[in-house]
Design a protein around this ligand. Structure first.
Ligand SMILES: Cc1cc2nc3c(=O)[nH]c(=O)nc-3n(C[C@H](O)[C@H](O)[C@H](O)COP(=O)(O)O)c2cc1C
Length: 219
């Protein structure tokens, strides 16, 4: 079945990306592209691959959901004691990749990760459906389980217990990646794709607004 992988190819011709199309601010530019992806009917446009590095320098990656975005960065929620959580404790450097296939677009973001404030995590936790809150509490994410039963029992116990027991555990919360670079990729014919990268410039003391260099990259 995988014999024909070499023949699996498509031509990218949905759009183009020109310097003149770009906002000076990469977050605003991302928001524009995100809205395009949403409008295009992309399934889960907020799904992103989060790449981290473990203590041995080996990379790891998985999909998480973007749940917040502002000038401070890209936010997702997870378990701080999961594999990714421990990796991020070891090194705060991480990368995100969005792929919006209907628009033949990719966005890559690299940056430094920090935890959201406890109140930001509380607020998001409280907004989740009951089942998701229970799931976050009972799952020792990334640890080896003997079977599923134990997990389901713990979830069922909480579900019939008093509502006040369902509070955000301290090991679960938000993480925010503050971008140091952000790259937009638009597929083009003959693999001559358009790529533009924003690179954050060192901030002078007293500067409150980030400044960015922008450059076109070879496909
Ligand atoms: C579409 C999709 C969305 C996901 N969203 C999240 C998320 O927001 N947070 C999370 O912790 N895991 C999410 N996961 C599960 C992760 O991919 C991963 O299995 C989990 O976080 C454990 O990763 P780790 O062992 O590397 O820490 C999602 C998976 C998929 C496929």
């Amino acid at each position: 079945m995988t014999d024909h992988l070499g023949e699996l190819r498509r031509s990218y011709d949905v759009g183009t990306l020109e310097e003149a199309d770009l906002d000076d601010d990469p977050i605003r530019q991302f928001e524009r592209w995100f809205e395009d992806a949403r409008q295009s009917g992309e399934d889960e446009p907020n799904a992103m691959t989060l790449a981290t590095v473990d203590a041995d320098g080996a990379p790891d990656a998985r999909v998480v959901l973007l749940k917040g975005l502002d000038q401070d960065g890209f936010v997702w929620f997870s378990n701080y004691t999961s594999a990714k959580g421990l990796q991020l404790q070891h090194t705060r450097k991480a990368a995100l990749v969005f792929r919006w296939h209907r628009l033949e677009r990719q966005v890559r973001v690299r940056g430094l990760v920090s935890r959201t404030s406890p109140s930001e995590s509380d607020e998001y936790f409280a907004s989740r459906p009951l089942g998701s809150r229970i799931g976050a509490i009972v799952s020792p994410q990334s640890q080896v389980l003997a079977d599923r039963v134990e997990l389901e029992r713990a979830a069922a116990r909480l579900a019939i217990g008093p509502e006040p027991a369902i509070v955000r555990p301290p090991h679960w919360g938000g993480s925010r990646l503050a971008p140091v670079s952000l790259e937009l990729w638009q597929g083009r014919a003959n693999r001559l794709h358009d790529r533009f990268r924003y690179v954050r410039l060192a901030q002078a003391p007293g500067d409150t607004v980030a400044t960015w260099r922008r450059e076109r990259l070879a496909p």
